[in-house]
Design a protein around this ligand. Structure first.
Ligand SMILES: [Zn+2]
Length: 505
């Protein structure tokens, strides 16, 4: 994406009324990186060596205090925000006297580890030339560094790199006399990998500190092609388990096989009634609340490099469900997925019986403006229309006998999707800046396919949210041998310097 060329220009401090241009900021950042790689890597290693599982509160607090120190050196006023029983939010402010304020969201906790699966201790940062499975070997952590080398450790890719990169972006700017064009606030979550259970409480209690014009979510990987990517939303999620009933005890399939109702047949008919062969839901009202893609979202899709053909090859797929629609277009629609079916046995486990019940697990990925409540109502109405009575707990024999068709439904917790408006002025300005910075190679993803509870922030704070990831796509986040490619760290410094220096200019 961005080459590691050392550019010879030396910059004069910028004038307040004459902000530096993009190329000048990029040069400033690259020169700074060239001169400070060793310090950045040392600081990154120090941060990665503090264990950071959200439930490990003593170590989580060590992380928080360590980050406070780092960000104070970068010029932020720092404090820890507290709610009972939660890892603190590391909060920072840098008031540049600008009109607009950007809130940077990062999480400093990481997924639990299974050290026995790792090639080195997860909290002893280790520099290697590449992934171990590609022949990477350990090298001493001393400059000069090959930008393809990777630092391995829990949270190297998810999500401690932005902490280091933001601190150094500001150091690079201040050494060249470049002022931030926006006020900057930091919201570093300490329990994201645990599902951020206290996020709403933090937002409510500290609302007076958290005003911002844009939330930048610095988490996740860049595009598989290594291009920089902005994502403007996420899908919501809701799921349920479904059980249908046959006889009270297993019956001989020869003696009773076309007399007693077969729950596997009933379940598969019920599932088939919900989803067509093209993947579209057949449930009345399912698409009623779906917000149509905007012209800006559709034109962003056209500019994303196509992965359909290579992914089909990689996955040996003979077809996709709607061949004329690319992957990213499908993500703008809700999805009805069957996660599992459980009943009886197959192969060696086959038995000639009619079963008492059969189960399915179903999930729905929601898009704006669907609500979990409305979807729940539509699904339940659909099942009733197929002739079923619905219960939410295990029915008694009397209940089973009283209904020709009976199904039990158990809903999980759900939450809605979030998508910001790509044409909102500050959101559009960010896209334009990143696009210029990458010479037109920016990937604008209207929504990620996955789910995050961004609506909690979107609803409460009212400011748009944009996801700006910096990690390499093969960073093994959540897994063994998590890593960050050094070029991605260097690039991140440049990205943040450009955003801070020019977003509000
Ligand atoms: Zn993350």
């Amino acid at each position: 994406m961005l080459s590691m060329i050392l550019l010879p220009a030396l910059l004069a401090p910028a004038q307040a009324d004459n902000p530096p241009d993009l190329v000048a900021i990029q040069q400033t950042a690259r020169q700074y990186i060239e001169l400070n790689q060793q310090q950045m890597l040392d600081q990154f290693s120090d941060l990665l060596s503090i264990p950071n599982v959200a439930s490990d509160l003593p170590n989580i607090r060590r992380n928080a205090r360590h980050i406070v120190g780092l960000m104070e050196s970068a010029g932020f006023d720092m404090q820890l925000l507290e709610v009972e029983g939660a890892p603190p939010v590391v909060f920072g402010e840098l008031n540049a006297g600008a009109e607009q304020t950007v809130m940077v969201y990062v999480h400093y906790d990481g997924q639990p580890v299974q050290p026995e699966l790792w090639s080195s201790d997860p909290w002893t940062p280790t520099l290697r030339t590449d992934l171990v499975e590609r022949g990477g070997v350990t090298v001493p952590p001393e400059a000069p560094f090959d930008p393809e080398w990777r630092l391995f450790g829990r949270s190297a890719g998810d999500d401690k790199a932005p902490v280091i990169a933001i601190a150094h972006a500001l150091a690079a700017m201040s050494r060249s006399g470049v002022q931030p064009s926006v006020n900057i606030k930091l919201f570093f979550d300490g329990e994201e990998e645990a599902g951020s259970p206290h996020l709403a409480q933090f937002l409510d209690r500290y609302e007076h500190l958290l005003g911002a014009d844009l939330w930048l979510f610095c988490d996740g990987p860049v595009h598989q092609t290594r291009r920089l990517q902005l994502a403007y939303g996420v899908r919501g999620h809701v799921g349920f388990n479904l059980r249908v009933y046959g006889p009270l005890r297993p019956l001989h399939s020869g003696h009773y096989g076309n007399w007693a109702p077969n729950p596997i047949a009933d379940l598969t008919h019920l599932l088939a009634s919900m989803r067509g062969p093209d993947g579209r839901a057949l449930i009345d009202g399912f698409y009623e609340q779906v917000r149509a893609p905007t012209p800006a979202e559709l034109s962003a899709l056209d500019r994303i490099p196509r992965v359909d053909i290579t992914m089909r090859q990689e996955l040996a797929l003979g077809r996709t469900e709607i061949p004329e629609q690319r992957l990213e277009r499908r993500l703008l629609e809700p999805a009805l997925n069957f996660r599992g079916i459980q009943a009886g046995g197959t192969g060696e486990g086959s038995r000639n019986i009619i079963l008492p019940s059969a189960d399915a697990s179903v999930e729905i990925r929601l898009v704006p403006d669907q609500t979990p409540a409305a979807i729940r109502e539509a699904v339940e109405r659909h099942i009733r229309e197929q002739g079923y009575e619905l219960v939410e707990t295990e029915p008694t024999p009397e209940q089973r006998q009283a209904q020709p068709r009976l199904a039990r439904i158990d809903w999980g917790d759900g939450y809605p999707a979030y998508r910001s408006d790509m044409t909102q002025p500050l959101v559009a300005r960010l896209g334009q800046l990143m696009d210029e910075m990458t010479s037109g190679e920016l990937v604008r993803l209207p929504t990620m396919g996955g789910s995050l509870p961004l609506y909690i922030i979107g609803e409460r704070m009212g400011a748009p949210i944009v996801i700006l990831p910096v990690a390499n796509h093969d960073n093994n986040q959540h897994g063994r041998d998590e890593n960050l490619r050094l070029q991605n760290l260097w690039d991140a410094v440049e990205i943040y310097a450009v955003v801070f220096a020019l977003l509000g200019a």
